[in-house]
Design a binder for this molecule. Structure first.
Ligand code: SF4
Ligand code: SF4
Length: 489
């Protein structure tokens, strides 16, 4: 064993001599609970499930996603809290209605999350793929169900090879029925973001779904079943376009699950040596294959970084558990960068140009978003001044201007809006007493304003057109405009 390795163990509070004597022969490994597993040799990947830090993180994120799919059932002020009503071109987000004119807010949200994805990839590789992608999460859920019905990976492999029997048929039927139901629920919840979720259930039992709803639910349900249940990791390896562009976002400072070749090789199991025999100079990898057996994409990380690796960290959990049992330092497989292995010091995240650029754009999007949300009003007023003629001189000495008023109701209720106008003394106006505007719609009316000519001191006189929601007077909007009169000398 090299001096550098002994140093490493001492750094971790262990002694080289103890480790030199560790018997890692098959028999001894079994006695301390380390299984020697066969490597994956093609066909469906049946990954072994083990406990560990990264496994827990994956479950937490999976539960967050599953909870998100319950979001259409949340109610806010008696309405669906999250509703992307494409038919009426309005998005409802917790009482906030986003209409086509506010679409820039959605654009900023998308920009923020795309840059978050790019920044996280630059820092720690395919974090999205490993932990949060629908495909990963759903495959995890589908294989968990498979494990509950068909058993551990070795049993599943045997079952696959066995001829069809009644018990095999029943197990397969159970599994595929549950997978089908999950696929249906996934598609149903997706469509429920675009239409009233409770109404969708009612219409299901009355057979009243529209053809679009039926086509989307059937095709999306089938896609969930096929990609997460049948294709699994092959989707990530063979179909996902994002997997292919991520290479452009990582660099030598990106940390990825990596096998420490220098420490692990030459791999092998150590036997107690007889007196006089020389102990083989082996690395820390005892070649138990657990890291391969747990990998959801069937990758052997010891062969180096590979396209199939979704950086989920499960092999780190696996190897750490083995190292713990054989009393060696954890981290034979760990999140590390190429720079670290080249002996370079990794600069802090905030000093990396790529991360700075991504973070800068994210900050811009976040500030814009915050500004948009803080200044967004549930009512929006536009007043279009009549161009021809700009003003009318009345026989009674008044000057009259005309506007077309447009009021956008961004609340979830029907709005009853009242118009008032403020300006110079003597100002009078004529408008509809109340405009009734359905939720998410635009109401229009004509406004006539008269001001005695003698009260006008300038050609363009400022006036304020105020629109108030009578149902809730705290909701109002002021539109500043100019009252145009004859040229004043
Ligand atoms: S890297 Fe770790 S988990 Fe993988 S075979 Fe070696 S000892 Fe086992
Ligand atoms: S090699 Fe490790 S990090 Fe990569 S996908 Fe397999 S288990 Fe996950």
């Amino acid at each position: 064993m090299s001096d550098s390795k002994k140093e490493l163990y001492r750094d971790n509070g262990q002694t080289g001599s103890l480790l030199d004597q560790m018997d890692t022969s098959n028999k001894n490994l079994e006695s301390i609970g380390v299984e020697i597993l066969p490597v994956h040799t093609g066909g469906t990947v049946h990954a072994k499930r083990i406990k560990g830090t990264f496994r827990t993180v994956k479950w937490v994120i999976a539960f967050a996603w599953l909870a998100f799919f319950l979001a259409p059932y949340l109610r806010w002020d008696g309405h669906q809290a999250l509703l992307f009503d494409l038919g009426n071109r309005q998005f409802h987000i917790f009482g906030l209605t986003i209409l086509p004119q506010d679409i820039w807010i959605l654009a900023l949200i998308l920009l923020f999350f795309s840059l978050l994805l790019a920044a996280s990839t630059a820092i720690a590789g395919r974090l999205w793929c490993g932990y949060a992608c629908f495909q990963t999460v759903w495959t995890d859920v589908f294989t968990w169900i498979e494990e509950k019905i068909e058993g551990q990976p070795n049993k599943r492999i045997k079952l696959e090879d066995a001829p069809m029997s009644m018990s095999k048929f029943i197990m397969k039927l159970k599994k595929h029925t549950i997978w089908g139901l999950i696929g249906f629920m996934t598609a149903f919840s997706f469509v429920a973001f675009f239409t009233d979720a409770l109404d969708l259930w009612v219409r299901l039992f009355r057979f009243e779904w529209s053809s679009t709803e039926t086509i989307v639910i059937v095709s999306l349900g089938a896609a969930s079943y096929f990609f997460a249940g049948i294709l699994r990791e092959q989707t990530c390896i063979g179909f996902c376009p994002y997997a292919r562009i991520q290479g452009a976002m990582i660099d030598t400072q990106t940390i990825l699950p990596t096998y420490d070749v220098d420490r692990g090789e030459p791999r092998g199991r150590m036997k107690r040596v007889k007196p006089g025999e020389e102990a083989p100079d082996l690395g820390d990898c005892i070649d138990c294959n657990l890291c391969v057996a747990v990998c959801p994409t069937g990758v052997d990380i010891r062969l180096g970084q590979q396209f199939g690796c979704i950086t989920c960290g499960i092999c780190i959990d696996a190897c750490d558990s083995v190292m713990e049992k054989i009393k060696k330092p954890k981290g034979l497989i760990r999140y590390a960068s190429l720079s670290e292995f080249a002996g370079e010091k990794l600069p802090p995240v905030y000093k990396r140009p790529r991360v700075i650029v991504y973070a800068g754009i994210m900050l811009f999007a976040a500030i814009g978003l915050l500004y948009g949300l803080m200044t967004m009003s549930p009512i929006d007023v536009k007043a279009l001044h009549e161009r021809s003629p700009l003003y009318v001189q009345m026989s009674d000495g008044n000057i009259q201007n005309k506007w077309t008023i447009k009021v956008v109701n961004k609340t979830n209720e029907i709005m009853r809006a009242e118009i008032t106008v403020q300006g110079p003394e003597g100002l009078t106006f004529i408008a509809d007493k109340v405009i009734t505007i359905p939720s998410g719609n635009v109401g229009a009316t004509t406004l006539l304003v008269k001001i005695p000519k003698k009260n006008l001191t300038q050609t363009n006189t400022p006036v304020v057109i105020r629109v108030i929601n009578i149902n809730n007077p705290t909701i109002s909007d002021d539109y500043k405009s100019m009252f145009i009169g004859p040229r004043i000398k």
